[in-house]
Design a protein around this ligand. Structure first.
Ligand code: ATP
Length: 262
């Protein structure tokens, strides 16, 4: 891989066009996870902690995120008191920022609420949002983002993983892509909540799909995803005709890979 395309502190700084995001920057070789790394650093609004590898990258609901060399792994710290968004919209904000940035290279959509996928359903990026409470209010949000930029291979069990470089047939400049993601997230943060939800729904592959909702507890059920509600929930019409709002924290949504639920 060409050295200047690899994540480096100097190259990120040289390409950064944001006002706040990424101006407080840490670039590390290997971490357990960028979440863990943030615990050891005095973070503030806009801090970005980036690593070349994670040995214990985390996904949602206790899952793991494979984080080999070639991917872009970073935590972005946001202070929600600066904006007028519901806390649960921050995952959507960052997903839209990443989707916009990756779309400059290749077609992609958002799998609600937190993954960026290629048109053939390969997962190119995962996003995990953790909230840090202070005095029972959300003090900081730590958004962990893993982008499969130049990853050469994945474990056999990751049958839906895909790498940007495979779609492009060439390597991606990891520094430029990271900077473009930060710049797009900064722009999305300036949208109104209504505009955010509208644009998100337009590029969300889940909307309009047949989905199966798999709650952490309780019965699974199938339905048709109708849209995204103001608070970022997925609106699902169940087969009995009732409409439910599915909260992102509670469920896994399956369906875009063509599984048959009927
Ligand atoms: P699902 O994709 O099963 O609906 P999810 O999107 O909520 O669940 P995440 O927490 O976003 O799950 O991502 C974790 C899952 O993504 C893992 O269980 C694994 O299947 C897959 N995965 C892990 N590492 C990668 C990677 N580098 N690229 C693509 N997919 C990965």
């Amino acid at each position: 891989m060409t050295a200047h395309r690899r994540i480096s502190f100097d190259n990120i700084q040289n390409n950064l066009s944001t006002t706040m995001l990424g101006r407080d920057l840490y670039v590390l070789d290997e971490v357990t996870s960028t979440f863990d790394a943030c615990e050891k650093i005095g973070v503030c609004h806009g801090t970005v902690v980036c690593a070349k590898r994670q040995t214990d990258g985390t996904g949602r609901l206790g899952r793991s995120w494979e984080s080999n060399e070639g991917g872009i792994y970073f935590s972005l710290i946001l202070e929600p008191s600066r904006y007028g968004f519901d806390i649960q919209l921050y995952t959507l904000i960052c997903a839209l920022g990443v989707q916009r940035a990756i779309s400059e290279h290749t077609a992609c959509m958002i799998k609600w609420p937190n993954d960026i996928v290629s048109p053939d359903g390969r997962k190119l990026c995962g996003i995990l949002t953790k909230i840090k409470l202070f005095d029972s209010k959300a003090g900081f949000i730590n958004v962990g983002i893993g982008i499969n930029a130049n990853n050469k291979s994945f474990s056999d069990d990751l049958k839906y993983a895909g790498s940007l470089c495979d779609f492009l047939g060439r390597e991606v400049d990891e520094n430029r892509l990271l900077c473009s993601v930060l710049s797009e997230i900064e722009k999305v943060l300036c949208l109104s909540p209504d505009s955010l939800v509208k644009e998100f729904a337009e590029v969300c592959v889940t909307v309009g799909s047949r989905v199966k909702i798999v709650p952490a507890e309780g019965e699974k059920y199938a339905g048709n995803a109708k849209g995204i509600s103001k608070d970022g929930s997925l609106m699902v019409e169940k087969d009995d005709g009732s409409l439910v709002c599915v909260n992102s924290g509670e469920v896994s949504v399956r369906g875009i890979y063509g599984e048959n639920y009927v």
